[in-house]
Design a protein around this ligand. Structure first.
Ligand code: GUN
Length: 295
C-alpha cells in the first residue's frame, strides 16, 4: 500500500504561509496584492478553475478581479485588456486561463503579459530564467509537484525521474525543476519508443498527458513515487467521475507514494498561484519604492 500524498493538506500549509505574508504586505503597503484572472468563453472546466482561483485569492486576503470576455472576442480586445492590466498598479498578477478559443493566438497573449506580472510563469523571459535556474515566477503545477516531492523525499539528488508529457505548462518546466534538484531526468511523449520500459526504471514518475488512467502498473517500478497531474472527467457506471492520468487502483498497490485525483496536484496548483502572486507583488512594490527613492 502506497502512502497517499495529501495535496489538500500540503496546499493548506502553503496557503497559511501566504495568508500570513499577505497580511504583512497589506499592512506595509496599505493595500493587498491584486490578482487579475481573465477567462475567454464559457468552457465549463475553465470556469470551475477560474472560480476556484478567485475564491482562493480572496481567502488569503488578496484582491481578485475576474474579467470575462465572450467566446468571439478579438485578439485586439484581449490585448487591450492585458495592456490595461499591465499598466494598473493595483494589479500585481495576471493570469489568462488557457486554452483560448482557436481564433486567438496563445503565444501572442502570453508575450503581451508583463513578465513581472506573469504569475503563470509562461512568458519567455520567465521560461528562460527557469532554464538558467534563476526563476522567481515558476509555473504553478510543476511548482506544486516539486513541493510535494520534497516533502516526500527531502533531497531528490540522484533520483531517476521520468516526466510523461512535454507541454509548456507542465512537462517542460517540470523537467527543468527536477534537473535543478539534481535528478536524472527523462521526458517521454507520444512519439517515444519503449515508453513503458523507460517509465518502469523511474524512482519518480510525473504523469501529465491528459489521458484518463493511461499509466498502469506495467509502467511503474515497485516502490516508485507517482505524481498524477491529470484531471479527466469520465463517465463510469452512469456517473461522472474525475480521474487522473494514472490508473490509481492498479498502481497504488505497487507505488511507495502516490497523489490522489482529486485532492492531489489540483489544490497545490492553486496554492502555488497564490504564492506566485505574492512573490510578484513583493517584487513590484519593492521596485516601486526604489524608483520613488531614486527620484
Ligand atoms: N490551463 C490549465 N492549466 C493552466 C494554468 O496553470 N494556467 C493557465 N493560465 N491556464 C491553464
Amino acid at each position: 500500500m502506497a502512502t497517499l500524498i495529501d495535496g489538500k493538506q500540503i496546499s493548506q500549509q502553503v496557503i497559511d504561509e501566504v495568508a500570513t505574508e499577505v497580511a504583512d504586505f497589506s499592512a506595509q503597503y496599505g493595500s493587498a496584492p491584486g490578482l487579475a484572472v481573465v477567462l475567454v468563453g464559457e468552457d465549463p472546466a475553465s470556469q470551475v478553475y477560474v472560480r476556484n482561483k478567485v475564491k482562493r485569492a480572496e481567502e488569503v486576503g488578496m484582491n481578485s478581479i475576474e474579467h470575462r470576455l465572450p467566446m468571439d472576442c478579438s485578439q485586439e480586445t484581449l490585448n487591450k485588456l492585458i495592456d490595461e492590466l499591465n499598466a494598473n498598479p493595483a494589479v500585481h498578477g495576471i493570469l489568462v486561463q488557457l486554452p483560448l478559443p482557436d481564433h486567438l493566438n496563445e503565444e501572442e497573449v502570453i508575450e503581451a503579459i508583463s513578465a513581472e506580472k506573469d504569475v503563470d510563469g509562461f512568458h519567455p523571459m520567465n521560461v528562460g530564467a527557469l532554464a538558467c535556474g534563476e526563476a522567481t515566477l515558476i509555473p504553478c503545477t510543476p511548482l506544486g509537484c516539486m513541493i510535494m516531492l520534497k516533502q516526500q523525499f527531502g533531497d531528490l539528488s540522484g533520483k531517476n525521474a521520468v516526466v510523461i508529457g512535454r507541454s509548456n505548462i507542465v512537462g517542460k518546466p517540470m523537467a527543468a525543476l527536477l534537473l535543478q534538484a539534481n535528478c536524472t531526468v527523462t521526458i517521454v511523449h507520444s512519439r517515444t519508443q519503449n515508453i513503458e520500459s523507460i517509465c518502469s526504471q523511474a524512482d519518480i514518475v510525473v504523469a501529465a498527458i491528459g489521458k484518463p488512467e493511461f499509466v498502469n502498473s506495467g509502467w511503474v517500478k515497485p516502490g516508485a513515487v507517482v505524481i498524477d497531474v491529470g484531471i479527466n472527467a469520465i463517465e463510469r457506471d452512469g456517473r461522472r467521475k474525475l480521474v487522473g492520468d494514472v490508473d490509481f487502483a492498479d498502481v497504488e498497490p505497487i507505488a511507495s507514494a502516490i497523489t490522489p485525483v482529486p485532492g492531489g496536484v489540483g489544490p497545490m496548483t492553486i496554492a502555488c498561484l497564490m504564492k506566485n502572486t505574492l512573490t510578484a507583488a513583493k517584487a513590484l512594490e519593492a521596485k516601486r519604492e526604489q524608483t520613488l527613492k531614486a527620484s
